[in-house]
Design a protein around this ligand. Structure first.
Ligand SMILES: *Cc1c(COP(=O)(O)O)cnc(C)c1O
Length: 362
């Protein structure tokens, strides 16, 4: 079987070595006579996987001791609500949570916070159609926290340096670029990421949270919605998404073997450069709407000047084994997602195809 190069934004490509390992182990987990997904989540086999997964996150992202690593369900979307549930709704009425509206995902996070308390928009990219990021933020007086989105998966832009938010905890949705670069975790109060872009299959969400923020979890909330409950129970308060965590651990082992987050960053730069170069060298056949300074390394958004060629591009690329290139319906055009598991050869194949397509069609 020839594997396709899958440029989908999420769920997205996984390392083939990980898929093969799952295949080898799925029926009879290490001679246990049963599958790990049939085993008790309180048993020794699963517990070892669970703890190794958490430990791998700690090592790979150099997470300091005063941060807890949680594995939860509900996707990044549940975090949109859980963050204001835990931090904003019981905060003093005159204080707001600040949101940086950098694109579709940030906007969704903000909408959930608005249901629960006062919010302040520290930046809104609407006037530039969400193609750039601010140099400075206009923060409210004493914000409860400041929320940013490290990489806008749909718009194709990312924070290069992290903003300074003073005393206010910086909270970041890293769903689409976690583990693609080293992160100075100590600059953040809380980091979260749905797994299905860079960490594994859908179903598990990673939360990295500082101890002092955990301690402010309100007792009035239902148990599952309190960060402190997950931390006190080592993310085993209820049945965790065992398959997703098992697969995520295999992905983390793979990242380790490749050379860790720093190596992922080098590869991400190399892959993105291949595609952006094909755009830049096309003399206007392809364009990227995103401010050069903030272009994403994970989701390369580009357009064909003659929009009528989009569908031909997608069809021809599919014939060459490259799929998932259609842009999000809200942006249009094309998008190549180059997550960790996309090999450099995939980016090379796409860049070559882009050049030959432009030559044939201009
Ligand atoms: C995909 C994505 C989400 C939504 O994640 P779910 O796990 O589907 O809830 C949120 N934020 C960003 C930046 C994303 O890329």
């Amino acid at each position: 079987m020839k594997r396709k190069f899958n440029f989908s934004a999420g769920p997205s490509t996984l390392p083939v070595q990980v898929l093969e390992e799952i295949q080898r182990e799925i029926v009879n987990y290490r001679g246990s006579g049963m599958s790990l997904i049939e085993a008790s989540h309180r048993g020794a086999d699963y517990e070892a996987v669970h703890n190794e997964c958490i430990e791998n996150v700690r090592t790979l992202l150099e997470v300091p001791e005063n941060y807890q690593i949680l594995l939860m369900g509900g996707g990044a979307t549940l975090q949109f609500g859980m963050i204001p549930l835990n931090l904003l709704q019981f905060a003093a009425k005159e204080r707001a949570a600040d949101y940086v509206i950098s694109g579709v995902w940030a906007k969704k996070a903000h909408q959930d916070a608005q249901q629960l308390g006062a919010t302040h928009i520290a930046y809104d990219g609407a006037s530039t159609n969400y193609t750039t990021l601010p140099e400075t933020l206009s923060l409210s007086q004493d914000p409860v926290y400041v929320h940013i989105t490290s990489n806008e998966t749909i718009g194709g832009l990312r924070w290069v340096d992290w903003p300074d938010t003073g005393e206010a905890p910086l909270i970041c949705d890293m769903s689409s670029d976690i583990m693609s670069r080293p992160i100075p975790v100590e600059k953040f109060g809380l980091i979260y990421a749905g797994a299905q872009k860079n960490l594994g299959p859908a179903g598990v969400t990673l939360v990295i949270v500082r101890d002092d923020i955990l301690q402010s979890s309100p007792a009035q909330l239902p148990a599952y919605l309190r960060y402190s409950v997950h931390a006190e129970n080592n993310s085993l308060y209820n049945t965790p998404p065992v398959f997703s965590i098992y697969a995520m651990n295999l992905v983390l082992r793979w990242v380790k073997k490749q050379g860790g987050a720093k190596k992922m960053q080098e590869l991400a730069e190399q892959k993105a450069e291949l595609i952006y170069s094909a755009v830049n060298e096309s003399e206007g056949f392809y364009t990227s709407p995103v401010d050069q300074k903030y272009r994403s390394l994970m989701n390369v958004v580009f357009q064909i000047a003659d929009k009528t060629l989009d569908s031909t591009f997608i069809e021809e690329a599919a014939k060459h084994g490259m799929v998932g290139l259609k842009g999000h319906r809200s942006v249009g055009g094309l998008r190549a997602s180059l997550y960790n598991a996309m090999p450099v050869s995939g980016a090379e194949a796409l860049a070559d195809f882009m050049r030959s397509f432009a030559t044939r069609r201009r």
